[in-house]
Design a protein around this ligand. Structure first.
Ligand code: URA
Length: 237
């Protein structure tokens, strides 16, 4: 691959920016300043730009704090999609790992790594997903017990055990965290509807080992760190 293309794909800068960097001697190829943007490189070459070694992976991983009003799809006729929230340069081939409802906010992993997405979404893997929820009405201990046992929400099978934690009453509503290991359609809303407490706000805060970075405002995103990618791939939960 050409050096300038490699650097642009590794997000060092735009194609014209990296060309300039090369011409200014800011890019080292195996320890010596690279001479030409069109120079060909191979996997064995060590490339350093502005003092930082550049690693290129064909896979990209982003966490998005999904805002309400945006759909978890790659294309939609009527609504803005989560892919459209990611900058053009990155968005190629990215797709959301699973779906959040249009009115749900929070953690959505966006990647082009189909194998990892498959692992995280496989029903057999029981990946834990935690949500902050506000429901109308008072969630009781009996409700918690029902969630823990598994519930009939009109599907063929009962839901898998779900845990409710940090239950807090706020006037007529209850705020709490719920952890589920499945990803059925409208699952949390249907579970709370079953106990007569409609969901008024829902935000995903964790998926497997990945936690939403609370510094991301709704609609903002960032690339996962190496550690976050490693933990997701080597998960033991
Ligand atoms: N459960 C729901 O009801 N909605 C979501 O978006 C996610 C889980």
């Amino acid at each position: 691959m050409r050096l300038d293309k490699y650097l642009a794909q590794a997000d060092v800068g735009t194609r014209s920016e990296v060309k300039k960097m090369i011409r200014c001697g800011r890019v080292l190829l195996n320890g010596v300043p690279a001479k030409k943007p069109e120079q060909k490189i191979t996997k064995e070459d060590i490339i350093i730009a502005d003092g930082k070694e550049i690693h290129f992976s064909q896979y990209r991983y982003f966490m998005l704090n999904k805002p309400a009003g945006v759909v978890s799809a790659t294309m939609d006729k009527n609504d803005t999609t989560v892919v459209e929230l990611i900058d053009d340069a990155h968005s190629k081939n990215l797709f959301p790992v699973g779906r959040l409802d249009k009115d749900t906010e929070g953690l959505l992993l966006m990647t082009n790594d189909g194998a990892l997405a498959h692992e995280l979404l496989s029903p057999r893997k029981h990946v834990e997903k935690t949500y902050f929820v506000r429901v109308h009405g008072k969630v009781t201990e009996e409700d918690s017990a029902q969630f823990a046992q598994g519930m009939d929400i009109g599907d063929e099978k009962l839901t898998k055990p779900a845990s409710l934690t940090d239950i807090r009453y706020t006037g007529e509503d209850t705020e709490l965290y719920i952890t589920i290991t499945e990803g059925r359609y409208h699952q949390i809303k249907r579970m709370f509807a079953r106990v007569g407490k409609p969901v008024v706000y829902l935000k995903r805060i964790a998926m497997g080992s990945l936690r939403l970075d609370e510094t991301l405002t709704p609609g903002a995103y960032r690339e996962l760190t190496e550690e976050e990618i490693f933990s997701l791939k080597n998960r033991n939960n």
